[in-house]
Design a binder for this molecule. Structure first.
Ligand SMILES: Cc1cc2nc3c(=O)[nH]c(=O)nc-3n(C[C@H](O)[C@H](O)[C@H](O)COP(=O)(O)OP(=O)(O)OC[C@H]3O[C@@H](n4cnc5c(N)ncnc54)[C@H](O)[C@@H]3O)c2cc1C
Length: 328
């Protein structure tokens, strides 16, 4: 039995990670929302082996742990997280013919730019996607008609202490979902292999610029947020949306896809601009909750509840969060 487990854990982390290990690291600095208290233990993992070793130590000392990518889809509690946060900062990338192999900590936009510059087509959609490629795989991130599932050939993960390769069928990609989000799964993505199409670099770069411009026009890019707070609402039968459709004409493209944009629903119910303290529903995009300066996680959570209640009561629709919560 360990007599002073906290001290021994700290000692083990210090020995293995040196100055890449910190105690009481404020997480607000590491997430887009700029909200959240400290991680009791924090390691910046600059290689895939660092991630493997950090997870192994947390398990050995029975400490809770959390893998953080770019923090663009995470809401951290005001009290922080009483465990080990492992920040994926493994950032090696190589291009081999039509394949791009990127470690989990590489920023998705950097992968998009490098691929386009190498004349590889198909990943231009990710140029304006915040966060890491590891986080993007987990949530099957997507925009501008592209999704991770369209590009991933395989993923190397840490699974129960063993490194293994998963193919798309095993990853079970679905709308903003993958096996990594399923309950009980604590696999960590170590690196990703994308299979792209050889093409013209100039055309690829011009597609990047077009996507960037599209993003600037539609989202509050300068604000601190976590992107879309809620998943879009997928429905099977028209009766699922009778209440809402009776009062607000649903755009034909949403009807065709059987998927209502959560931002559109929030907008229809007049919730844009709703504010609790410094937490506000963006005026530009109804599905973005923004931190106007000094918002707390508590205020964001209250705003989430208010939106969900109003959407349930007035539209008969249950919204589900897309953003990951840490420390609640
Ligand atoms: C302004 C803005 C715009 C956005 N637009 C979009 C958009 O258009 N489309 C879209 O899909 N998303 C969008 N997002 C959300 C976000 O960018 C994506 O979900 C992104 O892929 C998350 O990556 P991340 O590294 O920041 O994840 P984080 O926030 O760091 O983590 C999110 C979750 O992924 C897990 N995770 C992170 N790395 C790994 C890993 N290596 N292995 C296993 N699990 C891991 C974390 O534990 C956590 O549960 C937007 C966000 C912002 C702030």
């Amino acid at each position: 039995m360990l007599l002073f487990p906290h001290m021994e854990f700290v000692e083990a982390l210090q020995t293995r990670f040196g100055n890449k290990f910190k105690e009481q690291e404020i997480l607000a600095k590491h997430v887009n929302f700029r909200i959240g208290g400290p991680a009791r233990y924090f390691v910046e993992a600059v290689s895939s082996q660092d991630i493997v070793d950090a997870v192994a130590l947390a398990k050995q000392f029975a400490e809770p742990w959390f893998i953080l990518g770019g923090g663009s889809n995470t809401l951290v509690a005001d009290a922080g997280f009483a465990g080990l946060v492992i920040k994926a900062a493994n950032r090696q990338m190589k291009i081999d013919g039509p394949r791009v192999i990127a470690e989990a900590g590489v920023i998705s936009a950097a992968v998009a730019r490098a691929s386009a510059q190498a004349g590889l087509r198909g990943f231009e959609w990710a140029i304006s996607l915040p966060g890491t490629i590891g986080g993007a795989v987990r949530g099957n991130a997507g925009c501008f008609g592209g999704e991770m599932k369209d590009n991933v050939e395989s993923v190397r993960v840490l699974h129960d202490g063993v490194v293994k390769t998963l193919l798309p069928a095993e990853i079970q990609f679905a709308y903003r979902d993958s096996v990594f989000k399923h309950s009980g799964n604590d696999d960590v993505v170590l690196d990703v292999t994308l299979l792209l199409k050889p093409g013209d670099a100039a055309e690829a770069i011009s597609a990047l610029e077009k996507n960037l411009a599209g993003r600037k026009a539609s989202q509050p890019l300068g604000s601190s947020s976590a992107g879309c707070m809620f998943k879009n609402f997928e429905y099977t039968s028209d009766t699922d949306i009778t209440e809402l459709a009776g009062q607000h004409p649903v755009p034909p493209e949403m009807l065709a896809r059987h998927r209502l944009a959560a931002g559109w629903i929030i907008d229809q119910l007049g919730l844009k601009g709703t504010r609790i303290g410094d937490a506000m529903v963006s005026e530009t995009h109804g599905n973005f909750l923004v931190n106007k300066g000094a918002a707390t996680a508590d205020q964001i959570v209250q705003l989430i509840s208010l939106i969900k209640m109003k959407v349930r009561d007035e539209a008969g629709i249950e919204l589900h969060e897309e953003v990951q919560h840490l420390g609640f």
